[in-house]
Design a binder for this molecule. Structure first.
Ligand SMILES: Cc1cc2nc3c(=O)[nH]c(=O)nc-3n(C[C@H](O)[C@H](O)[C@H](O)COP(=O)(O)O)c2cc1C
Length: 355
């Protein structure tokens, strides 16, 4: 049964920032950990290889609530080097998908509404807003100071495309963001490469040469500290192989996947999310699990084939403990859930009961 989501889709992003988290995450209390932290994660020992990816934990209150409720590896929602606005409400809608959201189905139109139901699939459309760095640096620094053993807060970030074709400035923006997160005390970094690429209409992760340049630029800033790159679903296996060969050899982890984009309409057949550039939007939750699991299997096979050592973070459609184990069996070192955790804030506890 779906529970009260900790991020309320019926409220604006600003209301969520001010009033959230909701439901179980809004209740006081820290879930006791059992045993000792034994799961290796970049030299740290974790209580579990499970957590929440970049997105639904929109500020320090949300991140702290996730840690308190037993999600051990959590990411503060992707930040930028400057304050950046959020798309207008609604930002989260339920989408009707029967079975898997195959790429063929995603090439058509999906109907969205407010009737969230199981198995949960949604579209999320925020435009990657960011608070002012003055705010998020302090917010993250406080979380890191309060971090308990066996848990970790990851700093997630991306560069901002200005649309002026200035690629050097775009790359420099990644360096600046990484430096700001370092100043906040972040020890594990995740860069979002499934984001817009300056001077192109495609995602950065599909521009392999540019991805390589940016990963190198970030590593020059953060040195030995671990860097995870977050990617989208690759249909083209040769492209994935090339990405892994050139970027996977330079970074410490690869996280897959982000969302699968589709055209989103309302019940009348009109654009469901208001505003320019929002006719297509990313789908996540149950119906994209197949794609996340498939990417994890391919990343594992490529890691072996190419003799690499990156950590594999499996994301997409994890809504039950069974899904977690399916990802682990596919080769995920760490598993994360955004949509599933939103509507089941007890998911980490449920997984730990059977771990
Ligand atoms: C509300 C929400 C906001 C998200 N925002 C971000 C984001 O800021 N950066 C990012 O890399 N991914 C973002 N995502 C994508 C998730 O990290 C994840 O890759 C995707 O939702 C698939 O996982 P899921 O099926 O468990 O939701 C967001 C997802 C949701 C549900």
């Amino acid at each position: 049964m779906l529970q009260t989501p900790f991020y309320d889709p019926e409220k604006s992003y600003e209301e969520n920032l001010a009033e959230g988290p909701f439901g179980y995450f809004g209740e006081a209390g820290v879930t006791p950990q059992k045993g000792e932290p034994t799961y290796e994660f970049f030299g740290h020992k974790m209580y579990s290889p499970f957590g929440i990816p970049a997105g639904p934990l929109i500020n320090g209150k949300f991140v702290q609530a996730a840690l308190d409720k037993g999600f051990d590896i959590v990411i503060y929602k992707t930040v930028r080097t400057r304050k950046y606005p959020c798309h207008p409400w609604p930002n989260v809608l339920s989408v009707d998908v029967t079975g898997d959201l195959t790429l063929e189905k995603a090439s058509g139109k999906l109907v969205a509404n407010h009737a969230f139901h199981e198995p949960i699939s949604i579209t999320n459309s925020f435009g990657v807003p960011s608070p002012d760095p003055e705010f998020w640096k302090e917010d993250i620094a406080n979380l890191i100071k309060a971090q308990r053993p066996g848990q970790v807060v990851i700093g997630g970030f991306q560069g901002t495309k200005m649309g002026d074709g200035d690629v050097e400035a775009y790359i420099e923006d990644y360096r600046v963001a990484a430096r700001m997160l370092m100043e906040a005390g972040v020890k594990v970094f995740e860069v979002n490469f499934s984001c817009p690429n300056e001077g192109t209409a495609n995602l950065l992760c599909f521009d392999i040469a540019r991805s390589e340049t940016i990963a190198k630029a970030i590593k020059e800033v953060i040195g030995e500290l671990p860097l995870i790159v977050k990617v989208a679903y690759y249909q083209d296996s040769d492209a994935l192989r090339e990405f892994v060969k050139r970027v996977g050899s330079m970074v410490d982890g690869i996280s897959a996947i982000n969302t699968i984009a589709a055209e989103i309409i309302d019940e009348k057949g009109e654009q469901a999310l208001p505003g320019e550039g929002r006719s297509r939007s990313g789908v996540c939750g149950y119906s994209i699990k197949w794609a996340g699991v498939d990417m994890v299997k391919r990343l594992k096979a490529l890691r072996e084939e190419l003799g690499l050592t990156y950590t594999i973070v499996g994301v997409g459609g994890v809504t039950t403990p069974e899904d977690f184990f399916e990802y682990r069996a596919a080769g995920a070192d760490v598993v994360m859930s955004a949509t599933g955790a939103m509507w089941n804030p007890h998911l980490a506890e449920d997984i730990k009961h059977v771990l």
